[in-house]
Ligand binder design. Structure first.
Ligand SMILES: Nc1nc2c(ncn2[C@@H]2O[C@H](COP(=O)(O)OP(=O)(O)OP(=O)(O)O)[C@@H](O)[C@H]2O)c(=O)[nH]1
Ligand SMILES: [Mg+2]
Length: 244
């Protein structure tokens, strides 16, 4: 059996986390030869997120400070300290279906990185605002144009990685520009990327992303990484969590 970490960033997502927990396909993963461990990386939730996490026997890891990017980098660093073989990350707001994890694991036998593609997948009518839909297309189009390797949905919150791929990522994002930087790092490290269509549902609970301010940070990250391919702190993990 191989071991996969399912990594879930949370900031006040008790209800969404329950939904993710309910949809984890235990049997299917076992049949495919995968054990799984769920790690919740929490940004200081004040709702029942910790309780839901404990009820489901998930490992609850509080981050210092805030930001999805910092949380993901903490998770990646902890993953590399462990001896797990693969990592799948998805948002815990109920928008992504944990039932699709097997499709990611399946593709990880031939690719380094698998990215869930909402834009060519199945988006529920109310799941994405017009502004976000438009912004996601533009940023994705810019990324592929600037870096020359096709990505179908730059801001997707559903990714799968082999252990080797995680060990090669070089990141310093603090907030929602983390996915854009994950893509630029995959390109720089010449990792093989597979885009797979996924479903996307309406969020449970409050959004944390500011469409315009975070869209701008994502755009800036694409430009900065085109000029400076790797962050100065050219490794993920310790010493790299507080840096802008
Ligand atoms: N650990 C941690 N997680 C966070 C933080 N901010 C957001 N998240 C989580 O990151 C995921 C993505 O955040 P969302 O607010 O859903 O952002 P989004 O999906 O881009 O925007 P929506 O379309 O509005 O859902 C969710 O699971 C959040 O709970 C944070 O500061 N720390
Ligand atoms: Mg969301």
């Amino acid at each position: 059996m191989r071991n996969v970490v399912i990594m879930l960033p949370t900031l006040d997502e008790a209800k969404g986390l329950e939904e993710v927990a309910k949809n984890i396909p235990h049997e299917k993963m076992k049949e495919m030869g995968w054990n799984y461990h769920v790690w919740v990386i929490d940004g200081g939730s004040s709702d029942e997120t910790k309780t839901v996490s404990q009820e489901n026997k998930f490992l609850f890891i509080p981050q210092q400070g805030k930001g999805k990017g910092a949380a993901m980098r903490l998770g990646f660093a902890k993953f590399l300290e462990s001896d797990n073989d693969a990592l799948v990350m998805l948002d815990s707001d109920g928008t992504y279906d944990a039932g699709e994890i097997p499709s990611f694991l399946d593709k990880l036998s031939t690719y380094d990185v698998v990215i869930g593609d909402r834009l060519n997948g199945n988006i529920d009518p109310d799941a994405m605002t017009r502004l976000n839909y438009f912004g996601n297309h533009i940023l994705t189009w810019l990324a592929t144009g600037m870096y020359g390797i096709t990505i179908n949905d730059l801001c997707s919150g559903y990714w799968g990685f082999t252990r080797n791929a995680v060990s090669r990522l070089k990141l310093n994002s603090m907030r929602f520009e983390i996915e854009a930087e994950m893509y630029t790092s995959c390109v720089k490290e010449e990792l093989q990327i597979k885009n797979i269509p996924i479903s996307y549902s309406s969020r449970i609970g409050q959004a944390k992303l500011g469409s315009v301010s975070d869209g701008w940070r994502i755009f800036r990250k694409l430009i900065v990484r085109r000029i400076f391919g790797t962050p100065i702190e050219a490794k993920i993990g310790k010493g790299n969590l507080d840096i802008e």
